[in-house]
Design a protein. Sequence first.
Length: 304
Amino acid sequence: MSLKINDPANNASFKTGVIAVVGRPNVGKSTLVNALVGAKVSIVSSKPQTTRHRILGVRTEADAQYIFADTPGFQTQYKSALNSAMNRTVTQALAEVDVVLWLVEARKFTAADQRILPLLPRDKPVVLVVNKIDLVEEKNKLLPFLESMAQQFKFAEIVPLSAEKEKDALRLPAILKPYLPEGEAWFGEDDITDRSSRFLAAEIVREKVFRLTGDEIPYVVAVTVEQFEEDGAMFRIGVVIWVDRDGHKPIVLGRGGEHIKRIASEARVDMEKLFDRKVFLQVWVKVKGGWADDSRLIKQFGYE
């Protein structure tokens, strides 16, 4: 179901456009981008600020190329140099795209969502995606929520869906196509992201840290790749997990190295699936105190 508000004319020419995917933390942005691209280009976890960079996910069809810019969740609650850098990424992305996808959760329009409203551009089409509709038990209450959201902003479209359901998410390209400008493809037919394999390897390891350490480790964990080499048909990859307190290191390692072994094992499996080749992975844990509030280290770790 799509609630049509504008009706731009369709054009048979090839179209290419950048679509910013924005919203508060944990609303499903990366899940949606991965579904639209058909591959895991953005990591996913239940922790806030899992996504820290603008990551482009590319979907190419016969007559259009959709370039989805996955962005960090806009953070208003916690102040740090890292959060400031991520918020700048969001505002910059909004200024440089052709279309904006704003994600909110069905029947959960929060104060954090409200703070994003002033950031939405008035001179570009903004499509509201109401995500997680599968979690709404009383479906009769969904329409009043959609109607109330329509009063918040002049949206080009309002699209309720569940990003967890790929077939549901894949309704979006046809809805977005009329809003894309005409132009040649930016990426090759088989490209799925602008990010390097090295970057993706680091992100996969960071996702496993977030998922396997639960709430014991705060989100201020960084991962850097120290080695990335081709060895015949295999990648040899060495990464460092950076924590900001001495007490966090044994948590990431786990008793008898239990956690770090599982982090490395699950990350290796994901890498082999993504890179379509064998991976030899080594992982180390090191401490760099207070890095999330150190502008120099934030740049060193690639967040600026």
